[in-house]
Design a protein around this ligand. Structure first.
Ligand SMILES: Nc1nc2c([nH]c(=O)n2[C@H]2C[C@H](O)[C@@H](COP(=O)(O)OP(=O)(O)OP(=O)(O)O)O2)c(=O)[nH]1
Length: 135
């Protein structure tokens, strides 16, 4: 089981660009990783967010469905999360970090397994900007 944290703040979600391995470097994901034996999913997310971003998080509800990943052996499960403690995320292991609003979600190339989860996340970020006369 791989768990990811959709960290939401001010109507934006934190997207993280992978730095490795080469096949997926530059693709965007939620911070997280493999749940270790005996570890709860929540504990894994708290651990991974500390390791990858140097932040403390509180884990909330599931976002979207379980997604089977390409290699077929593992499943991706994402939870909503929020920052606690006032620290700003640092890209300790990622190539880049970006806070995306609902109408910016499609501006990065997500890992394939994340695509249906990103779609389910959109309503949680609030309504996208409505088209105006200049559009
Ligand atoms: N963290 C994360 N991994 C994802 C997402 N989407 C997705 O397909 N994956 C895949 C990429 C990797 O094959 C796998 C997670 O592996 P990882 O390398 O990040 O996990 P980890 O930190 O526990 O790694 P390690 O201990 O094996 O080095 O799941 C996502 O949104 N977040």
């Amino acid at each position: 089981m791989v768990v990811g944290a959709a960290i939401v703040a001010g109507g934006r979600v934190l997207a993280c660009a992978r730095s490795a391995p080469p096949e997926v470097a530059g693709r965007w994901e939620f911070p997280g990783g493999k749940v270790e034996p005996g570890e709860s999913e929540t504990a894994a997310l708290v651990r991974e967010c500390a390791e990858e971003l140097a932040v403390r998080v509180e884990i909330g509800d599931r976002v979207g469905r379980d997604v089977r990943m390409a290699h077929g052996r593992s499943v991706l499960r994402v939870y909503a999360a929020r920052l606690v403690g006032g620290d700003q995320p640092q890209a300790l292991e990622h190539a880049a970090l970006r806070w995306l609003s609902a109408d910016e979600l499609d501006t990065v190339e997500w890992l394939p397994a994340d695509v249906p989860i990103v779609a389910a996340l959109r309503p949680l970020l609030g309504a996208p900007r409505s088209p105006g006369p200049g559009d």
